[in-house]
Design a protein around this ligand. Structure first.
Ligand SMILES: Nc1nc2c(ncn2[C@@H]2O[C@H](COP(=O)(O)OP(=O)(O)O)[C@@H](O)[C@H]2O)c(=O)[nH]1
Ligand SMILES: [Mg+2]
Length: 325
């Protein structure tokens, strides 16, 4: 199973599922080989359209994802699915329920499904998910669907990592207004009211429509997030969701928003990696008593914290120059 990185990347590029899975495992495990993996993947990426799906547990994200996979497969697209659970310590396989919902795609060579745990990951979700997405992108996926459990901050984070963000709600879950409070009304490009076979779906859609309408006045060229009602369990409304996604993508391309979002995403990713690297180096300095020495001087009044921070940054940057030279 030991394989060199160039071979792995080449096989992933050819779409071999095992190589794709192995590369995502390297991401998940924060492998030292990641640097080489990402360098080799870079020229192969940029072709995938990344769609994030978020919403409270049980709202129907996995069911909707599975229905979307079917719709995109009918259109001949290759699809990657990444289920990100920031709270789960388990990895490598979907939870049982998700496995059942996704099972119809298990033998389809045009579909990659992977769940990923990010708890305890250095830098968390912000760091790991984009790299896993990059693997799926390089493997030739036309569309990558990223399902994230809605647990507050993480859904805002994942929204910043998708080209288009889908926010799901369902009637009778008491999450309409609460969702708004969680800031969900700011991140949705497309809203889905799932479980439209249940009472209250129309009311939820109306309430959502009302709340979205209360936002700032929109200009003529602005995007107005559509609300689509679905019964994901029966695949009803899924084509309308795909249509809304395609419209949003076209709108983004027309207005330069897609490129802008991708730049912002890349900048955020670089920043996260850089900050993580700086933290590690500062940690190294602490080991060498450099930080302790600075702290000691602050305590005894010989140095102020700003000057100490400057000295620390200088020391860290020197270290970087040393190691690269
Ligand atoms: N009645 C109804 N149930 C649904 C619908 N979509 C999903 N479900 C059910 O809702 C439950 C949670 O769905 P799941 O996709 O796992 O939600 P997730 O936690 O958001 O991923 C499952 O039992 C699904 O079968 C729907 O459109 N109508
Ligand atoms: Mg799920």
């Amino acid at each position: 199973m030991d394989m060199d990185v160039p071979t792995l990347v080449e096989q992933a590029r050819e779409g071999r599922p095992r190589a794709v899975a192995r590369l995502i495992s390297l991401v998940e495990g924060a492998s030292p080989q990641l640097r080489e993996v990402m360098a080799r993947l870079a020229p192969l990426t940029g072709g995938a359209y990344v769609v994030g799906l978020t919403g409270s547990p049980g709202v129907g994200k996995s069911t909707s994802t599975s229905a979307l996979v079917s719709a995109y497969r009918r259109a001949g697209k290759r699809v990657g699915v990444l289920a990100v659970d920031p709270s789960s310590p388990f990895s490598g396989g979907a939870l049982l329920g998700d496995r059942v919902r996704m099972s119809e795609h298990a033998s389809d060579p045009g579909v990659y499904i992977r769940s990923m745990a990010t708890r305890g990951h250095l830098g968390g979700l912000a760091w790991a998910a984009p790299q896993a997405i990059r693997v799926l992108d390089a493997a030739g996926c036309d569309v990558v669907l990223v399902e994230t459990v809605g647990v507050g901050q993480s859904e805002v984070e994942i929204a910043s990592q998708a080209d288009t963000s889908v926010v799901l709600l369902a009637p009778g879950m008491g999450d309409g207004i609460q969702a708004a409070k969680a800031g969900i009304l700011e991140i949705g490009d497309v809203y889905v009211v799932n479980k439209a076979d249940r009472d209250g779906a129309d009311a939820t859609a109306r309430e959502l429509n009302h709340m979205l309408g209360l936002g700032e006045a929109r200009g003529a060229g602005d995007w107005r997030p559509p609300i689509v009602k679905t019964v994901a369990a029966r695949g009803e409304g899924t084509d309308e969701v795909v249509e809304a996604l395609e419209k949003h993508r076209a709108w983004m391309e027309e207005h330069g928003v897609l490129a802008e979002r991708r730049r912002a995403r890349a900048a955020h990713e670089v920043e996260t990696i850089a900050v993580t690297a700086l933290r590690e180096r500062i940690g190294d300095l602490r080991g060498h008593h450099r930080l302790d020495a600075l702290a000691e001087r602050i305590v005894t009044g010989g140095l102020d914290p700003y000057a100490a921070a400057d000295a620390l940054v200088a020391a860290v940057t020197e270290g970087a120059a040393d190691s690269s030279g």
